[in-house]
Ligand binder design. Structure first.
Ligand SMILES: [Fe+2]
Length: 289
């Protein structure tokens, strides 16, 4: 899969798919809003400017509520590098930022930019764009009925997770490393291996800080619920082959997380594994895809 849950609930036309528990599934107004935002992304090419979205008061209220919850959760459970990057990116508390605004700030800090995703983004495009300094981000907001939970990545996930990451050169280097591996390979098996490593690091990774696991993964950073139950996850030392042998939950809490000693340790682990990965070695690792 590409970004976390991106293959599952929303299709490119803005319809909500397989996640039967999706809180917006039976809300015609929400479905219409999602459809309209997906339409804005139709035909978007990587690097094109994202359209300006006029967010509704309900969407702004959801943002403010989640911002408050994540403020507290980050202070308690996020790693030092994330807290520092968060200062740099300056996530507004009172309103939803536009892609152009976030992207301009990231460009100044690390050379990365947001590029628009309307729905499903396949691995090749999603991961490969990172080599060129683009991260696919969405513009829609989760359903207001359950503001602290989203079954898919929304703009809150993308800003509070990837936006914060991409304000820090150490994180940006890891995204580029993953992107460069993705553009080197051709097969879906190899792309899926890269995507799985992305999942266990940039989405669900933790760092050991003072003997305590602290979150750096974007999926953790955008969910106060996930952050609050870090101590209930099984934490293993980061190892690429172990991560690739570990099944994961696309929706729901991750039972196993992988901990590194530092972001340098994450980058070194990925670089060592990815430098040897090609389409042939991917087939040997995953003969059945
Ligand atoms: Fe994500």
């Amino acid at each position: 899969m590409s970004d976390v849950w991106r293959r599952t609930p929303i299709a490119a036309d803005g319809t909500l798919g397989a996640a039967a528990e999706h809180p917006g599934r039976r809300d015609p107004l929400y479905l219409a809003r999602r459809h309209a935002l997906a339409e804005l992304a139709r035909g978007h090419r990587v690097g094109d400017p994202s359209p300006v979205v006029e967010y509704t008061e309900s969407e702004q209220a959801t943002w403010r509520r989640v911002h408050r919850a994540l403020d507290d959760a980050h202070r308690a459970y996020a790693c030092r590098a994330v807290l520092d990057a968060r200062e740099e990116v300056r996530v507004p508390a009172d309103r939803i930022p536009q892609h152009a605004e976030v992207g301009a700030r990231l460009r100044r800090l690390t050379g990365f930019d947001f590029t628009l995703a309307g729905g499903v983004v396949e691995n090749e495009r999603f991961l490969g764009s990172m080599a060129r300094g683009y991260f696919h981000a969405v513009q829609f907001v989760r359903h207001p009925a359950v503001p602290l939970y989203s079954p898919e990545p929304d703009i809150i996930h993308d800003v509070f997770g990837h936006g914060i990451h991409l304000a820090a050169p150490e994180f940006a280097a890891i995204y580029r490393l993953i992107g460069q591996a993705a553009v080197r390979v051709k097969t879906e098996a190899a792309l899926q291996i890269i995507s799985d490593l992305y999942w266990f690091t940039l989405e669900y990774g933790v760092l050991e800080e003072g003997g305590t696991p602290k979150a750096y993964g974007a999926a953790l950073l955008s969910s106060s619920g996930e952050l609050g139950r870090l101590d209930r996850s099984r934490i293993r030392d980061l190892n690429a082959l172990d991560a690739l042998a570990t099944p994961y939950e696309i929706s729901g809490y991750q039972p196993v997380l992988f901990a590194a000693r530092s972001l340098t340790h994450v980058a070194d682990t990925l670089a060592a594994f990815l430098s040897d990965l090609d389409d042939d070695s991917a087939l040997r690792l995953r003969p059945h895809g």
